[in-house]
Write a protein that binds this ligand. Structure first.
Ligand code: HEC
Ligand code: HEC
Length: 290
C-alpha cells in the first residue's frame, strides 16, 4: 500500500516536472505568437478574459456608487468621455480613432460592457486600468468624481442614439479645469511642506513612466539606461550634478528638470505636486543597497 502510494507520488511529481519543463520550452522557443496583428488563440483569450473579469469582481468594492441618474452628471461624463475615452472605445455613432484599430485585445464597445457590468466594476477598471491590454489607469488624471461622471455617461449611453450623443457632447465643451490629480501643469493643492508617502510614490513613479528611462530598485521592469540609475538616490549629495539633493529640490526637479539644467534630457512629465512629493519620498528611501 505504502509502496503504491509512493509510486503514485513519484509519478505525479514527474508529471509536474515534465509539465513545467514543457511550458518552459514553449516560452524559450518563442512558440506563442505575441503579435498584436494575430488574435489570441481561443483558449488563451478565454482564460485571459475570464481572469480579468474575476479579478475585477474580486476588487470592485471601493465605496458605494453615487446616484448616476442625474442629467448633470451624465452631461459632465459625456465631456470627460469625449476627452479621454472615445478615441479607443468609440461612442454611439462614432468610430474609435485609428490607433485603437490595431490593438489586441480590441477595446470593447462599452454599450455591451454597461449591460453586463456593475457600475462599481466599471469604476474600478477605469480607475486602475488593465495590465497588458492598453487600458490606462486614470486615477492620476481624473478624480473619483470625474470617473463616476464618466460611468454615469457610459451607463446612460446604452439607450443613446448617435443624435443624442452628438447633442450631448456639443452642449458640453471639454472642461480642462485644474484638478487635484493630474497633468494639469502640476496643479497645486498640497502645501509645499507636506510630506510624501513612499509607497504612493513607488506607484506614481510607475505611472509617470520613470521606469522607461531609469533603473529604479523596487520597480518591476525598470532596467533602462536613458537616464542614470536611481540606485542610492537617497544618499546622493546632488541631483543631476547641479543642485543639492534636498526634498524640495527633488520635487522641483521632478516637476521640471530644465529649470535647473536647460540641457537636461529628462522631460517635464506634468507631475502634480502631490505625486512629485510622494515620488521624492520614495527616492529618499533608496540607499546604497537599494
Ligand atoms: C488607449 C486606448 C484606451 C483608452 C483611451 C481607454 N480605454 Fe478602456 N480599454 C481599452 C482596452 C484595450 C481595454 C481592454 C480590452 C477590453 O475592452 O476588454 C479596455 C477596457 C475597458 C473597460 C472594460 C471593458 C470590458 O468589457 O472588458 C472599461 C469599462 C473601459 N475600458 C472604460 C474606459 C473609459 C471610461 C475610458 C476613458 C476614461 C477608457 N476606457 C479609455 C483601451 C482604452
Ligand atoms: C525620457 C526619459 C526620462 C524619463 C521618463 C524620466 N527621466 Fe529622470 N532623467 C533622465 C535623464 C536623461 C536624466 C539625466 C539628466 C541630467 O542629469 O540632466 C535624468 C535624471 C534624473 C534624476 C537625477 C539623477 C542623478 O543622477 O542625479 C532623477 C532623480 C530622476 N531623473 C528621476 C526621475 C523620475 C522619478 C522620473 C519619473 C517621474 C523620471 N526621472 C523620468 C531621463 C528621464
Amino acid at each position: 500500500m505504502t509502496i503504491r502510494l509512493r509510486t503514485l507520488a513519484i509519478a505525479a511529481s514527474l508529471l509536474l516536472v515534465l509539465g513545467g519543463a514543457g511550458a518552459g520550452l514553449v516560452v524559450w522557443l518563442g512558440l506563442y505568437d505575441i503579435s498584436a496583428s494575430d488574435q489570441h488563440t481561443a483558449p488563451v483569450y478565454r482564460v485571459l478574459d475570464y481572469a480579468m473579469r474575476r479579478s475585477v469582481m474580486a476588487r470592485a468594492n471601493e465605496g458605494a456608487a453615487p446616484d448616476l441618474g442625474a442629467a448633470q452628471r451624465v452631461r459632465r461624463g459625456a465631456a470627460h468621455y469625449r476627452e479621454h475615452c472615445v478615441q479607443c472605445h468609440g461612442a454611439p455613432g462614432v468610430a474609435p480613432d485609428g490607433l485603437a484599430l490595431g490593438m489586441t485585445p480590441a477595446p470593447a464597445n462599452l454599450v455591451a460592457t454597461a449591460r453586463l457590468w456593475k457600475p462599481a466594476e466599471m469604476f474600478w477598471v477605469v480607475k486602475h486600468g488593465v495590465k497588458m491590454s492598453g487600458m490606462p489607469a486614470w486615477q492620476y488624471r481624473m478624480s473619483d468624481d470625474e470617473i463616476w461622471d464618466t460611468i454615469a455617461f457610459v451607463a446612460a449611453s446604452v439607450s443613446m442614439t448617435p443624435r443624442d450623443y452628438a447633442a450631448l457632447t456639443q452642449a458640453a465643451p471639454p472642461q480642462r479645469h485644474q484638478r487635484e490629480h493630474g497633468a494639469g501643469g502640476g496643479a497645486t493643492l498640497v502645501s509645499a511642506s507636506a510630506r510624501g508617502d513612499p509607497d504612493a510614490g513607488r506607484r506614481a513613479a510607475h505611472h509617470y513612466l520613470c521606469a522607461t528611462c531609469h533603473v529604479i530598485p523596487g520597480i518591476v521592469g525598470a532596467n533602462r539606461h536613458v537616464g542614470s540609475p536611481l540606485t542610492g538616490m537617497g544618499t546622493r549629495r546632488s541631483i543631476g550634478g547641479v543642485v543639492p539633493n534636498t526634498p524640495d529640490n527633488m520635487v522641483r526637479w521632478l516637476q521640471n528638470p530644465q529649470q535647473f539644467d536647460p540641457a537636461s534630457a529628462m522631460p517635464a512629465l506634468g507631475l502634480a505636486e502631490r505625486d512629485a512629493r510622494d515620488i521624492a519620498a520614495f527616492l529618499a528611501t533608496l540607499d546604497e543597497v537599494h
